[in-house]
Design a protein around this ligand. Structure first.
Ligand code: NAD
Length: 250
């Protein structure tokens, strides 16, 4: 049995993860951490990692602000870390890299299988189409999402940019007299509204033709399922930085 602690257990994603962990014969939930203590589906909720029991893996769907606490808990207990929150600062990304030297750390901005395939397709398309096609990314999310653009939009931009050895510059939501589009740009645009779960579109616009690669998540369960899959994969792994591509290969 794999014991899992869920950080951010009372949130939309935390509750979805809890349901799947409880329904899965290979996993158990030893508890959750959130801003207020209590109980959820018979599982204890703590308001501090200091009170949380040891687990084989901690899945974090709280917020980037909680990174110190999540990594501190894992360092104390030896739990594998699944970082699923988004919006980390460059300093936090460096902190995650440092932690991965001591602990098994999994991080991805998107836990769906489809987005991970899209990443590969975007990289291949960018390499194939080259400089003659302008790349623009549009992401759409619900009106409660706090960070913009989405971590997934960045991930897709990075995949496209790999084909140009990182030579493209990211331009966010143009406004005003911005002048003609430069060849070295990748445009990234965030749309917010209603209950949209998550949509990502990568457009390659050339002379007289357009190729669009797109993914639409229809339910948050797709991300929760990816998190549980990642937690199972990460148990017993040596220290290092892992992502969804490792899980899918594994
Ligand atoms: N990687 C992915 O595939 C993926 C998919 C969906 C959402 N996300 C990310 O997951 C995070 C959570 O999304 P959500 O929709 O569930 O949000 P949410 O606001 O519904 O839930 C967040 C929960 O975390 C708790 N929380 C926040 N800060 C905390 C802290 N410092 N200590 C303890 N608890 C804290 C909140 O009380 C809340 O219950 C966001 O960063 C979101 O972008 C990632």
């Amino acid at each position: 049995m794999i014991d899992i602690l869920i950080s951010g257990i009372c949130g939309h994603m935390g509750r979805n993860v809890l349901e799947l962990v409880l329904a899965d014969e290979e996993t158990a939930c030893v508890g959750g951490v959130d801003l207020r203590k209590g109980e959820l589906q018979g599982v204890p909720v703590f308001d501090s990692f200091a009170d949380a029991p040891a687990a084989d893996a901690v899945i974090d769907f709280s917020s980037a602000d909680n990174l110190d606490n999540v990594l501190g808990y894992a360092a104390r207990t030896g739990a594998a870390v699944i970082l699923a929150a988004t919006g980390y600062t460059p300093a936090q990304l460096a902190q995650i890299e440092a932690a991965a030297k001591e602990l098994p750390v999994f991080k991805t901005a998107n836990l769906s299988v489809g987005i991970n395939l899209l990443q590969k397709l975007v990289k291949e398309a960018a390499a194939f189409l080259g400089e003659n096609f302008d790349i623009e990314i549009v992401e759409r999310h619900h009106n409660l999402k706090k960070d913009a653009p989405s971590g997934t939009a960045y991930m897709l931009a990075e995949s496209a940019n790999e084909a140009f050895e990182g030579g493209k510059e990211y331009v966010y939501g143009r406004h005003g007299m911005v002048g003609a589009r430069k060849k070295a740009e990748i445009g990234i645009h965030a749309v917010r509204g209603g209950t949209i779960v998550g949509e990502h579109e990568v457009m390659f616009a050339g002379d007289d033709e357009i190729i669009t690669l797109a993914h639409s998540a229809r339910s948050k369960r797709v991300f929760a399922a990816g998190a549980v899959k990642a937690a199972k994969f990460m148990c017993g792994k040596p220290a290092g930085h892992y992502d969804m591509q490792d899980v899918l290969k594994g």
